[in-house]
Write a protein that binds this ligand. Structure first.
Ligand code: PLP
Length: 446
């Protein structure tokens, strides 16, 4: 309505005057206004309706404004909005049960945080206290959050500006077959070489000093590059052998994103700790957490856990999680995500790759896919340099928006990350638009 558009214009002015944004030089930043969101659609500041193919920051797994989850939050708000973390509350107990039932193996205990970064911080703190060791191994080409330690375990350019050399974090090269650092030409070779590199790193750094290894089960922001067969099993073996706690970061990959409750469920392994956030309640209220093994839990049986948050297990956030997990189960969203990936997104992206020379690689599972764009398939020269944008990528993003798509873009990639319950015909429409828009980047192929 005209009134809402007016309110949005006023909000934009106030935003530029008073709001400080994440990861931006504040001056040139031109944020997009969102006036309304519903299901798989958002409406921008001019009232244009866009298909949300971003999941915002890949967190609205159940889509926007799911009526049952909105009602559950309203009911919880009427009953009890907030309570100190030391008290039992019904929503938190129930959320912990629902999560523990879905995590692999003996990850039966849940510590709730406000989001993903603090989940990562606490998982590492627990691993350090449990092992009495300090160093942390993490992968280049990863994202683990914006707080000080989380950004230091992160392996993307955002770490560099925050790295004072005192975090105790050591980075290794993960398995990434398309741009193999190890010169591999097959998945089997990549698995073998990446694991050899990792074990060398562990030995050379001194296993006795390494508390934890943190890895996204399927790396998200860094490119949805699927671990080659055997890689994660190998990482699990190596961490076991050297007494290192394996933290699976499921903040983005969890809660159905890749067509399983957790992405680690694609493999038959149990990490020592698992971090989650985002999809746990689709971000309707901020929530994250750490699920831990019985052994880690027992470390803090008699010993005080030196950590906590005022809002650990906040009733509104947990009521949203109970309801979101409930509707995901009732409405078969996990199975639907798996089907969308297998029957629609995967085949459509494979077709696009045949048609568009600017596509270097497509990969993913469920509703968790990346299209990697290159100027040349032979050299794999990216359409934007690592860590940056480019006029070519900006033109593509503009074309997608003009065709009614809100995309998720990172460097030289477009991620296809809709809600798990996006209707088939809306998804097809979005994929048609992506297919047409890619003619933009095809022009720059040499
Ligand atoms: N870990 C992973 C894998 C993520 O993708 C993110 C966010 O994108 C985080 C951690 C940080 O989560 P938050 O932004 O909720 O702190």
């Amino acid at each position: 309505s005209a009134e809402l558009i007016e309110a949005g214009k006023r909000a934009y002015e106030l935003d530029r005057e008073h709001v400080f944004h994440s990861w931006q030089a504040q001056g040139p930043f031109k944020p997009m206004t969102i006036l309304k969101a519903e299901g798989s659609y958002v409406w921008d500041g001019d009232g244009n309706k866009l298909i949300d193919m971003s999941g915002q920051l890949v967190n609205t797994n159940i889509g926007h404004q799911h009526p049952k989850v909105v009602a559950a939050i309203q009911e919880q708000a009427a009953q009890i909005c907030t309570i100190a973390p030391q008290h039992v509350n019904i929503a938190r107990s129930e959320a912990a049960r629902l999560i523990a039932e879905r995590t692999p193996g003996d990850l039966n205990h849940v510590f709730f945080t406000n989001g993903g970064a603090d989940a990562v911080e606490h998982a590492i703190r627990m691993a350090r206290l449990h092992t009495g060791r300090y160093k942390v191994l993490s992968a280049y080409r990863s994202y683990h959050g914006g707080t000080q330690l989380a950004v230091n375990v992160t392996g993307d350019p955002r770490r560099v500006a925050n790295d004072y050399g005192n975090s105790g974090v050591v980075h290794f090269m993960p398995a990434y077959t398309y741009r193999s650092y190890f010169g591999s030409t097959t998945e089997a070779e990549e698995t073998e070489r990446a694991l050899r590199h990792l074990e060398d790193m562990i030995v050379l750094e001194g296993a006795q000093n390494i508390a934890a290894l943190i890895l996204e089960s399927i790396p998200g922001t860094a490119g949805i590059y699927m671990p080659p067969a055997g890689y994660l099993e190998g990482v699990r073996e190596l961490t076991k052998k050297h007494g290192i706690m394996f933290i699976a970061d499921e903040v983005m990959a969890g809660f159905g994103r890749s067509g399983k409750w957790f992405s680690i469920n694609h493999w038959d392994i149990t990490p020592d700790l698992l971090t989650f956030a985002k999809g746990v309640n689709s971000g309707y209220v901020p929530l994250g957490g750490v699920a831990m093994s019985d052994a880690i839990f027992e470390t803090f049986g008699d010993r005080v856990y030196p950590g906590g948050l005022t809002y650990s297990g906040h009733p509104l956030a947990c009521a949203a999680a109970v309801s979101a997990i409930g509707v995901m189960a009732e409405e078969g969203m996990i199975e639907n995500a798996e089907r969308l990936g297998r029957d629609i997104i995967g085949p459509r992206l494979a077709q696009m790759m045949e048609r568009h020379p600017s596509i270097g690689d497509v990969r993913g599972a469920g509703v968790f896919w990346a299209i990697e764009l290159v100027k040349n398939r032979e050299t794999k020269e990216p359409m934007a340099a690592y860590g940056g944008s480019s006029p070519e990528m900006n033109e593509l993003i503009g074309a997608l928006k003009a065709k009614g798509i809100l995309p998720f873009a990172n460097f030289n990639r477009i991620h296809v990350v809709p809600a798990l319950n996006i209707p088939d015909e809306v998804l097809e429409q979005a994929l048609d638009a992506i297919d047409e828009a890619l003619e933009v980047t095809d022009k720059y192929v040499s």
